[in-house]
Design a protein around this ligand. Structure first.
Ligand code: AHR
Length: 341
């Protein structure tokens, strides 16, 4: 399999395009909703000499991806000369809501956040709108029907990531005559990447009835849970052919469980994962992960640009989609020295 274009390039697409591309991401509906709040209707644009204040409510520190994403946001805010207020919600929605309310009280210029789960944001987003503070979603979507509650959503197409994982599997087993038993480690329950990576994968693998998902459980995007759940899968199922992990960290935890069970990851059990962080690349270059679907965490520069544009009253696209690639073990070997995170 050949490496597809590696993604650092970001493309912008308008909402209509997104609504067909992103399925259940909680993607904005394209009709019948009010437009995003324009700064003219919100707070007065910040004077040129005043530092822009940005409140960022991060999901947590659950994975290598998240660490890289946090660093990208913090470094880019510093470079842009913003006053960044940063909080870590430890994967709890109530903590993120609290942080957003604090930013509203502090009257920041813009609020940005990566919603831990898709649902349950309308009330707090309405509070921000009523206070005249524009909100930018990064990385993960919300399922709010009222798209006027946020200015833009910057991040990956998680359904497409799931499809890419599924395509590799379909291709690998196109000549299989017997059932191929697949186990799945899902991300955080209710999160956009868990919902969408699952649905995109299922959409593609159903073309081959030999591909059977025999177990699917959350590993909460962490190494420790990935290991624990994989141990349980190995106990419960005699024959596991493939592991599909929704991120590298869970795949890395699962690799420990597979090795402890006396099996060889990448051979006895083929592994597909998502992200493409350095540790994932190392495992892939050693042949322990067979295929990685890239998810780019370096969203900071685009977020800061969007913040500047929103504060300046410029139009911003409702959706900014990250372009990404895929990597086989061979690709990972080649690309490892260049990996930034
Ligand atoms: O939302 C992006 C996902 O969150 C990453 O794939 C995962 O590693 C992270 O925790």
């Amino acid at each position: 399999m050949k490496k597809k274009p590696v993604g650092i390039i970001m493309a912008t697409t308008m909402m209509m395009l997104l609504s067909s591309a992103c399925g259940s991401t909680g993607t904005p509906a394209s009709n019948g909703t009010a437009p995003a709040p324009k700064p003219a209707e919100t707070k007065a644009a910040a004077p040129a000499d005043k530092k822009i204040s940005l409140g960022f409510a991060q999901v947590g520190a659950e994975s290598g991806w998240r660490t890289a994403n946090t660093k990208s946001v913090q470094d880019s805010a510093k470079e842009a000369g913003f006053d960044l207020k940063f909080s870590d919600a430890q994967q709890k929605q109530e903590n993120q809501i609290k942080a957003i309310r604090t930013y509203i009280q502090q009257k920041v210029d813009v609020i940005a956040f990566s919603p831990v789960v898709e649902s349950g944001w309308d009330t707090v987003l309405k509070e921000a709108k009523d206070a005249g503070i524009p909100v930018i979603l990064t990385d993960r979507a919300v399922d709010s029907k009222d798209t006027s509650l946020y200015a833009t959503f910057i991040g990956s197409d998680f359904v497409e990531e799931g499809r890419r994982a599924g395509k590799w599997l379909v291709d690998q087993y196109k000549d299989a005559k017997e059932t191929v038993n697949v186990v799945e480690l899902q991300g955080t329950t209710g999160s956009a990447p868990a919902n969408d990576r699952k649905s995109g994968f299922e959409e593609v693998i159903k073309s081959n009835p030999n591909l059977k998902v025999i177990a699917s459980q959350t590993g909460d995007f962490t190494r420790a849970k990935g290991k624990e759940v994989m141990q349980a899968f190995l106990k419960a199922h005699k024959k596991i052919d493939v592991l599909y992990a929704h991120n590298d960290d869970m795949a890395l935890g699962a690799i420990q469980a597979i090795e402890a069970a006396g099996l060889t990851p990448g051979k006895d059990i083929k592994i597909i994962s998502v992200d493409g962080v350095k540790d994932g690349f190392v495992a892939a270059s050693e042949g322990k992960i067979n295929f990685i679907v890239e998810c780019n965490p370096l969203l900071g520069p685009q977020l800061m640009q969007a913040v500047k544009d929103v504060v300046a009253g410029k139009e911003v696209p409702k959706r900014i989609v990250t372009k990404e690639g895929v990597f086989t073990s061979e690709d990972a070997k080649r690309e490892l020295p260049n990996r930034q995170y």
